[in-house]
Design a protein around this ligand. Structure first.
Ligand code: HEM
Ligand SMILES: N[C@@H](CC(=O)c1ccccc1NC=O)C(=O)O
Length: 363
């Protein structure tokens, strides 16, 4: 008999007996009950639940991306799930305010009971970072040791597994490299782009030189404009890009970078619109996590000033540095320095433009 139509009560369905018995204040158990410790526990439990949901979404997206070809009809689902992650991150940022209704003095009523526990030991947070593509070598070191030392062997193995099997960053990079439009029936995107950049810079330089501006202003404007050796050096030259990758200054391969550039420049072509949205959502995840890190660091500053963290880090200073350093999709943000105005873009050959559009062929 099917179990589908048996009845269930709200309370049981949500396992509320278990859930609501999980707030065990150490101050109450070991000394004098501190009123705000319940909030502190619930805040963390709520965060961990949202981390679980983020991981569920990331795992499903990764599964769709692991297929030999990412199916077009899966792309929309991927986008919906990435957007869900971004809504959750917005909520996590907003939630910091609730934590800040606790005053630093009230925190001290129970902080002593927390040593040496800390957010360093949040396995799900590390799973999120690693699944997205933060590698061991990208991280600030933890007293010169691996960030994994605080975890069980099983948890460590799981993190290593993800590092080996390919993060979302890696999968998106491979997907970009497969973009089929870079060379299409005589249209060589890269040569057309190179020519357009050179033409645009030469024209703008001439306009500045011919203008009525003072020599000092002219010099400044020319400097802002840059030339083909400033922003564009590494896209105009594969070897230069490969040197940057080897030096750790770029992470996306040359081909993936060019594909991301094409998608950004021609994002109005219907077929490139969803890929463009995908790249955008990935950047939004990075921005959201960075904002959360800053927000958390700011809260920490308010709560404990410059004290050392219970996990042994320098506290606020360490956290603020992770915000800068632990970005994952930096390469996608860097594409913006390679963009040129639409007016300077080479027109696509008509056949290609037609190929990139959606065509309804009625009978
Ligand atoms: C009074 C509130 C809080 C304070 C004072 C605080 C303080 C700190 C400090 C000082 C660290 C650095 C590690 C250490 O040396 O201890 C840290 C790390 C961390 N905290 Fe908090 N925290 C608070 C609330 C939260 C909440 C609500 C969350 C949500 C889950 C959270 C998640 C994390 C995570 C994930 C890390 C690791 C960050 C990294 O290494 O990149 N913290 N926290
Ligand atoms: N690291 C904090 C303590 C703390 O926030 C914490 C302690 C135990 C479990 C989770 C924590 N939250 C995030 O770091 C401190 O130094 O006060």
């Amino acid at each position: 008999m099917s179990e589908k139509y048996t009845t269930i009560h709200y309370h049981n369905y949500l396992e509320l007996d278990a859930l609501l018995s999980l707030q065990k204040e150490r101050s109450k158990a070991l000394g004098e009950a501190a009123h705000d410790e319940t909030l502190f526990i619930i805040m963390h439990q709520v965060c961990e639940l949202w981390f679980k949901q983020i991981l569920t979404e990331l795992d499903s997206v990764i599964l769709l991306f692991r297929e030999e070809r990412v199916r077009e009809d899966n792309m929309h689902t991927v986008l919906l799930r990435l957007r869900r992650i971004n809504s959750i991150i917005d909520l996590l940022i907003e939630q910091v305010k609730v934590m800040e209704t606790m005053t630093p003095l009230d925190f001290l009523d129970f902080r002593d009971y927390l040593f040496p526990a800390s957010g360093f030991q949040s396995w799900q947070f590390r799973m999120i970072e690693t699944t997205l593509g933060l590698r061991e070598e990208d991280r600030l070191t933890y007293h010169g040791k691996s960030y994994k030392i605080v975890f069980t062997e099983e948890q460590k193995a799981h993190l290593t597994d993800i590092e080996r099997s390919g993060s979302l960053f890696d999968l998106v990079a491979r997907w970009l490299e497969r973009t089929p439009f870079l060379r299409f029936r005589g249209f060589d995107f890269l040569s057309a782009y190179k020519e357009a950049v050179e033409r645009m810079i030469a024209r703008d330089q001439q306009h500045i030189r011919d203008s009525e501006l003072s020599p000092k202003m002219k010099e400044m404007r020319l400097r802002v404009l840059g030339d083909t050796t400033t922003y564009f050096r590494h896209v105009l030259d594969r070897e230069e890009h490969e040197r940057m990758v080897a030096a750790g200054e770029a992470r996306l391969s040359y081909d993936a970078t060019i594909a991301a550039l094409l998608i950004n420049l021609y994002r109005d072509q219907p077929i490139l619109n969803i890929p463009f949205q995908l790249l955008t959502e990935l950047m939004v995840i990075d921005e959201g996590l960075t904002t959360w890190r800053y927000r958390h660091a700011q809260m920490v500053m308010r709560m404990i000033g410059n004290k050392i963290g219970t996990g042994g880090s320098s506290g606020h200073d360490y956290l603020a540095r992770t915000a800068e350093q632990h970005k994952i999709f930096r390469d996608l943000h860097n594409i913006s320095s390679l963009l040129i105005p639409r007016s300077a873009l080479p027109d696509l050959p008509e056949e290609l433009a037609r190929g990139l559009g959606f065509h309804f062929r009625g009978k």
